[in-house]
Design a binder for this molecule. Structure first.
Ligand code: SF4
Ligand code: SF4
Length: 426
């Protein structure tokens, strides 16, 4: 069986690979295995072999490599030929999922639909699930998770905070506003990282922006697209495009790198739908990571020092997919007395990668340990990052290794540093 129908990996992409191998040292799974098939060049060859009818789409080796890839895009960022690797692996996964669908057991189908089409798509259900988890954590019921086969998930879960962040058409006016920002709330961020959203609102205000948080927005669709649920990803994308168009905002701001990367690439989802392609392109051009916005607004240096050694864990989807790596560092460097120490392999994936740590637990654990060892060498007491997946994966690794190092989003550190002086209490 080969590729068929819509959403096929395109020969115009895989044929641009000149097999130079420059991407290999950037690939986390290649670094761990030193195996050609577990690297980008090998995976591109496998995709080409299926495309040319030399390998079966559902062969065990092909399925294994398409799911072992983190879709971290580190290979794409260094490729001299400009191979759009992310598009290759995401369409290959879509092809596998569609081919497997007829043989799927009802239980597997129900579980997949619940995870990808219900939990991640319905933010209210995500919050309800987080509320149950919070109850279990406080009554110590999580110790029973292993009985239900959920031990790994329970281990990764952070302490769920007391409050959620709910989009309910909030509108925050800032005097002498420099523009109107739409805040993307997201699914995991809404349920687990309310304090990061609150810090983001305060920082955007300090940057002189007014903000809207429309309730008709939703999940960005990244998890669905990465898992090969391309059609469902399109539905989610349309919802956010419409919400942004209705809002009248100038810029669509996200504080989650994984969401930002998906939002900036919506136009790629609609190549066959000219009307949506045009709307998606105009939408994607207005998406910015919060660090890009704050960096561009050239805030004065903050008044309050943070006397700590900090290292920066680069989210793959910020560094490689969005190519944003200077802004986060420039913002951290503004904070008085903060010592920024670069870790080795800052931009090598920590193994979080959406739901990768649940689908590929062994490789996720190897990469998590590699990351924790790199953090240890910096002697940092704070790890700064800009993505919920990295924050959860690194924090779980630090907990496992019994480290006291904490993980914070960059906007939390900035908010702390800017929370005195003329805008105290903002
Ligand atoms: S760097 Fe690009 S062209 Fe070279 S092997 Fe990797 S994907 Fe192919
Ligand atoms: S996306 Fe990441 S894991 Fe996959 S081949 Fe490229 S560098 Fe390796």
């Amino acid at each position: 069986m080969g590729f068929s129908g819509a959403d096929q990996p395109s020969p115009s992409i895989y044929d641009t690979c000149i097999r130079c191998g420059l991407c290999l040292p950037s690939c986390p799974t290649y670094l761990e295995t030193m195996t050609e098939t577990s690297g980008p060049r090998g995976r591109i060859s496998l995709i080409k072999a299926v495309g040319e009818g030399r390998l079966d789409l559902l062969s065990a080796g092909f399925r294994e490599q398409m799911s072992q890839c983190l879709d971290c895009r580190a290979c794409e960022a260094v490729c001299p030929s400009g191979v759009r690797y992310g598009q290759l692996v995401e369409t290959a996964r879509t092809q596998i999922r569609r081919a497997q669908a007829p043989g799927e057991t009802p239980r597997a189908r129900a579980l997949r639909r619940f995870l990808l089409q219900t939990l991640f798509a319905r933010i209210d259900l995500m919050r309800a699930a987080a509320g149950l988890l919070r109850f279990a954590q406080r009554t110590r019921l999580t110790s029973l998770a292993g009985v239900f086969g959920l031990g790994r998930a329970a281990k990764l879960a952070p302490a769920i905070p007391d409050r959620f962040f709910v989009a309910q058409d909030q509108r925050i006016e800032t005097s002498s506003s420099r523009g109107l920002a739409f805040l993307h709330v997201g699914c995991v961020m809404s349920a687990v990282f309310a304090p990061v959203h609150e810090a983001t609102l305060r920082m955007l205000q300090r940057a002189g922006l007014s903000i809207v948080v429309p309730r008709d927005q939703g999940c960005c669709g990244a998890v669905a697209v990465h898992a090969g649920e391309m059609d469902f990803g399109r539905e989610l994308a349309k919802r956010n495009i419409v919400a942004f168009e209705r809002s009248g905002a100038d810029v669509y701001v996200t504080n989650a790198a994984g969401c930002g990367s998906a939002l900036k690439e919506y136009h790629q989802l609609f190549a066959d739908q000219p009307e949506w392609s045009r709307r998606a392109e105009s939408f994607s051009l207005r998406v910015r990571d919060v660090t890009e916005v704050l960096d561009a607004m050239e805030l004065p240096a903050p008044a309050r020092p943070i006397d700590a050694t900090v290292t920066y864990q680069e989210p793959c989807h910020l560094a490689h997919a969005q190519r944003v790596s200077g802004a986060p560092r420039r913002l951290l460097a503004k904070i008085p007395r903060l010592r920024l120490i670069e870790m080795d392999e800052s931009a090598v994936c920590c193994g979080g990668a959406g739901i990768y740590n649940l689908t590929q637990p062994e490789m996720a654990l190897r990469l998590q340990r590699r990351k924790i060892a790199a953090i240890e060498r910096t002697a940092a007491t704070i790890v700064a990052t800009a993505n919920p997946g990295c924050a959860l994966q690194v924090a779980a690794g630090l907990r496992d290794a019994r480290h006291r190092t904490t993980v914070k989003h960059i906007v939390e550190l900035l908010d702390e540093a800017y929370s005195v002086g003329r805008d105290a209490g903002a």
